[in-house]
Design a protein around this ligand. Structure first.
Ligand code: GLU
Length: 308
C-alpha cells in the first residue's frame, strides 16, 4: 500500500500476518498470509508473524508450530521474531489501566442472554445499550469491562473495500475490552500489539472490516498511530460460509507449494506464475514484482477455488 520509495534500513512499511492458532493453515488463512506478505515485500517492507494465542481456550496446542512450518515450506520468511500474544498480558493490562484511569472503561455485569434480550441488532450482533454505564446495580458482580463509546463516529478509507463509517455507540455500543471468561478482548490486544510492533499497514480478511472502526477508536483513546488498512476478500465455501476450522476447511498441503500459491494469487486477482512446482524462490520473486493491490477484488467474499 505504501509507496515503493522506502529503503530496507528504515522501512516505512511494517506489515503482519496474525493467525489465531486454532487449526492448521487452510486456503482462507493462506490468502491472508500471501496478500499481507506480497504487499509488504512489494513495498520493500518488513513482514511479521504474530500468533494470536491469548485465548487459551480456543488455541490448539501444536497449531502455532504447524502454521509456521507450513509458511516455511511455502517459502515465506518472516523478518523478526514471532510475537506470541500469550506472553503479552502485562501490556494489555497496562493499556486497560490507562483507559480506566481516564474513566473510559467500566465494569459490566450483563450476561450475553441479558444483552440479547434487551438489545436491538447492530452490525456485529446485539447493540449494548449501556445498562451498566452508570454503575453496577446492587448485588451484581463484574463480568466484563467495557469501553465508553459516547457518540464516537469513526470513518476510514480501506485500500480495497473503500470508505467505512460507523457510529460505534449506535451500531455496536460500548464494547468489551476484557471478557467475562478472563482474556483481554481481541479488539484491545490487536491494537496494543499493532502499536508495539510499529505496524504501518494491516492487510487481513474482510471479516474484520467491521472491527476496524473499534480498533481505530481504541488507538485514538490510547494515543497510538492508526495504520493503513486493506481488507482482502474472504474465501467462502459453496454455501457462503467463511473457510475455517468450524466449516472443516482442508489444511494446506505444502508438499507441492507452487500450485497452491498460484491458487491464492488467482483468488487475489493476480496473474499466475509459471515455474516448477517446488520452485518457491522464483515464484516469490516474480509474484512480488507483479503484485498489484488494485487488482484484488473489491468484495468482502469470493468463493474458494477447487484446490490443485
Ligand atoms: N487473529 C485474527 C484471525 O485469525 C486476525 C487478527 C488480525 O489480523 O487483526 O482472524
Amino acid at each position: 500500500m505504501a509507496s515503493s520509495s522506502t529503503t530496507a534500513a528504515s522501512p516505512a512499511y511494517r506489515g503482519r500476518f496474525a493467525p489465531s492458532p486454532t487449526g492448521p493453515l487452510h486456503f482462507g488463512s493462506l490468502v491472508t498470509a500471501v496478500g499481507s506478505y506480497l504487499d509488504a515485500k512489494a513495498n520493500r517492507g518488513i513482514w511479521l508473524v504474530r500468533m494470536e494465542d491469548h485465548d487459551q481456550q480456543r488455541s490448539v496446542p501444536g497449531m502455532a508450530d504447524a502454521i509456521l512450518h507450513t509458511l516455511e515450506a511455502l517459502g515465506m520468511a518472516w523478518d523478526e521474531t514471532v510475537l506470541y500474544q500469550s506472553t503479552r498480558d502485562e501490556a494489555y493490562a497496562a493499556a486497560l489501566a490507562k483507559l480506566k484511569k481516564r474513566k473510559l472503561v467500566y465494569p459490566c455485569a450483563c450476561s450475553r442472554r441479558e444483552i440479547a434480550d434487551s438489545a436491538v441488532n447492530g452490525i456485529d450482533g446485539p447493540v449494548y445499550t449501556g445498562t451498566c454505564r452508570k454503575g453496577l446495580l446492587a448485588g451484581r458482580a463484574t463480568r466484563s469491562e467495557r469501553v465508553l463509546t459516547d457518540g464516537a463516529r469513526i470513518e476510514f478509507k480501506d485500500a480495497i473495500q473503500g470508505k467505512v463509517s460507523h457510529n460505534i455507540e449506535r451500531q455496536i455500543g460500548d464494547f468489551v475490552v476484557k471478557r467475562a471468561d478472563g482474556p483481554y478482548a481481541y479488539q484491545l490486544a490487536v491494537v496494543v500489539d499493532d502499536a508495539m510492533q510499529g505496524i504501518t499497514d494491516v492487510v487481513r480478511g474482510a471479516d474484520l472490516l467491521d472491527s476496524t472502526p473499534r480498533q481505530i477508536y481504541l488507538q485514538q483513546l490510547l494515543g497510538y498511530a492508526t495504520p493503513r488498512y486493506a481488507h482482502l476478500p474472504v474465501a467462502v465455501n459453496v454455501i457462503g460460509e467463511k473457510l475455517s476450522k468450524q466449516t472443516l476447511a482442508a489444511p494446506i498441503d505444502a508438499a507441492t507449494p507452487v500450485p497452491v500459491l498460484n491458487a491464492a494469487l488467482a483468488f487475489l486477482g493476480q496473474d499466475s506464475i509459471e515455474c516448477g512446482p517446488q520452485d518457491t524462490a522464483s515464484f516469490w520473486k516474480r509474484a512480488i514484482a507483479g503484485w498489484r493491490l488494485a487488482r484484488v477484488p473489491h468484495s468482502r467474499t469470493v468463493p474458494a477455488p477447487a484446490l490443485p
